[in-house]
Each structure stands twice: as structure tokens, then as C-alpha cells.
Design a protein around this ligand. Structure first.
Ligand SMILES: Cc1cc2nc3c(=O)[nH]c(=O)nc-3n(C[C@H](O)[C@H](O)[C@H](O)COP(=O)(O)O)c2cc1C
Length: 211
């Protein structure tokens, strides 16, 4: 049986660390990706299309009264670009408005970011989206995607029947830090999984078996 999210907060608190969460990403948060990040310390994963709202004190009180279990706060306004740094001061202030567990979201790209943001804002956990796309193993302390995670992703993608274009998208995100743009151009012209495995083999030694 799946543990309830609230028991996860208790577990990670007992371990003296924040809850690690993979955010909703339309198109990307398919089962193979969710299984992969769970192999690398993510405690809770979201499927896409959770409705996002601008968080305000009033909104927090409304959802609290409605009986939600916990709240995730993204530190940007609706009209701000994703390159604008999140407002962690605002998250800290909003965190103080509720006794519910709170997750902070925005610009978590490393385990160090996760711990710094937790300390700065007093939240109970952190949610990452783009950071996990680029490096699914970030919460396990890796600064770049380890090659084992690439092998494991291909295994899950084949088992789960992920669309070829989406596999290529994920791999170019995951391997951005370990390949050049020119090398990744070779990935974009792969027609099927056989081409993809050949491309990977020419760059790094993949673990076998993949399927
Ligand atoms: C490709 C992509 C798809 C997303 N899809 C959704 C979605 O369906 N629902 C949602 O509430 N947020 C969605 N988001 C927003 C993220 O969950 C997250 O709140 C945002 O990217 C900020 O976190 P980050 O700085 O860790 O990326 C998406 C983000 C990305 C990059």
C-alpha cells in the first residue's frame, strides 16, 4: 500500500531532512520518470496537471479550512518568468501562517539548494521540477546525472512503452551536463531505441541489461 504523504513528512523529519518531492510536469511526469527519481531519493512524485494558483495568506486560510493535508508554495507570481529568482522571504513569511506541513518550490537544482532553502524558509520539504529533469539523481547528492540513472531510465522507458520522442527529450535534458550540444544533435536524429542505445554506447559504457 502507498504510504500517505503525511506519514512521509514524519519519516523525513525523524531522519532530520526535508521531504524530497518531484513536481508536476505536463508531458514529462510519466511513470518511467517517476520510477527513476524514486530510485534516487525522491519521496513523493506528482503526476501532471495539478492546478496551480497564486498563493496568498487568504488562500492558505481557505485551503487550511477546507482540510488539505499540506501546502506547496511556489515562490513566483503568475506573471513572473521562470528565470526570475523565487521569493524565499515570501515563502518564509507564508510558512509562518500555517501549522500544516509546507513544501517550497522553485529553483532546486542540487541537494545543497534543498537544504539551504529548507533552512532559510523553515519548510518541511522541497519540490523540484526542472532540476530533476536535468538530473533525476539530484536528491541523492549527485551533481550531474550518473550513467546508471540513464541506464535505469531506458529500462523503465522500454518497460513502460514511453514514446520515442519523449525518451529523446528526457535524455537530452538528463545528459545536458555531460554532453556537448553538438553530441546531442546526434541524439535528435535517432529513429528508435536501437539508435538511442548505439548513440549512448558511443559516448559512455551503459550497464547491461537495459530491458
Ligand atoms: C515541463 C514542465 C511542465 C510543468 N507542468 C505543470 C503542471 O502540469 N501543473 C503544475 O501545477 N505545474 C507544472 N509545472 C511547474 C512545476 O511543477 C514547478 O512548479 C515549476 O517548474 C517551478 O519549479 P522548478 O524551479 O523546480 O522547475 C511544470 C513545469 C515544467 C518545467
Amino acid at each position: 500500500m502507498m504510504p500517505s504523504p503525511l506519514s512521509l513528512f514524519e519519516k523525513t523529519k525523524a531522519e532530520g531532512r526535508p521531504l524530497y518531492v518531484s513536481g508536476p510536469m505536463v508531458r514529462y511526469s510519466k511513470l518511467p520518470f517517476r520510477l527513476l527519481v524514486q530510485d534516487y531519493k525522491v519521496d513523493l512524485t506528482y503526476t501532471p496537471m495539478i492546478l496551480a494558483h497564486d498563493e496568498t495568506i487568504k488562500f492558505i486560510k481557505i485551503v487550511e479550512a477546507a482540510g488539505v493535508d499540506y501546502i506547496t508554495i511556489h515562490g513566483r507570481l503568475r506573471n513572473q518568468r521562470s528565470s526570475t529568482p523565487p521569493n524565499f522571504e515570501a515563502i518564509k513569511m507564508l510558512r509562518a501562517q500555517t501549522t500544516l506541513p509546507v513544501l517550497a518550490n522553485g529553483d532546486v537544482y542540487s541537494l545543497e539548494d534543498a537544504h539551504r532553502i529548507t533552512k532559510e524558509t523553515g519548510v518541511d520539504g522541497v519540490m523540484a521540477a526542472r532540476g530533476l529533469l536535468e538530473n533525476p539523481a539530484l536528491f541523492a547528492g549527485f551533481d550531474k546525472t550518473p550513467i546508471e540513472a540513464v541506464s535505469q531510465f531506458i529500462h523503465y522507458a522500454v518497460q513502460g512503452g514511453m514514446r520515442h520522442e519523449l525518451v529523446v527529450h528526457h535524455l537530452s535534458e538528463m545528459m545536458g551536463g555531460v554532453t556537448t550540444k553538438r553530441e546531442r544533435a546526434g541524439l535528435a536524429v535517432c529513429n528508435d531505441m536501437v539508435d538511442v542505445v548505439d548513440w549512448l554506447d558511443s559516448r559512455c559504457k551503459l550497464q547491461r541489461p537495459l530491458v
